[in-house]
Design a protein around this ligand. Structure first.
Ligand SMILES: [Zn+2]
Length: 116
């Protein structure tokens, strides 16, 4: 890796996370020894990683959560994720013309649990 051939930000991040091969890490390490600009970028990446690890972002703002829920609901309608078996079963099943009648809940004893 020449002085002009700077590693990308992704490569620097992988180097910081020890995700590069031994040979790749050696090349990046040698480059960092010679290139002040990349050393600064690597330092900034390390600082960013520390900030992200230390900062509690808190709960997601409600407006973002609502947008995600709406988007997921739209996707469930426009691009349903169905298994091939479920699709085949639905196609084979005759369609009901009327909704099923309500199921009457069985009656339970109203006495407290354990009382006889
Ligand atoms: Zn560089």
């Amino acid at each position: 890796m020449s002085h002009q051939d700077h590693p990308s930000t992704e490569v620097l991040a992988d180097h910081a996370e020890d995700l590069l091969s031994e040979a790749g890490a050696g090349l990046v390490g040698a480059h960092l020894d010679e290139c002040a600009g990349c050393r600064i970028n690597a330092l900034l990446l390390a600082l960013l990683r520390e900030i992200l690890a230390a900062d509690d972002p808190g709960p997601m703002p409600a407006r973002h959560a609502a947008r995600i829920e709406v988007t997921l609901a739209e996707l469930a309608i426009t691009e349903p994720v169905l298994s091939a078996e479920l699709v085949a079963a639905r196609q084979a099943r005759p369609r009901l013309r009327e909704p099923p009648t309500a199921v009457v809940a069985p009656r339970f004893s109203t006495s407290p649990r354990g009382a006889r």
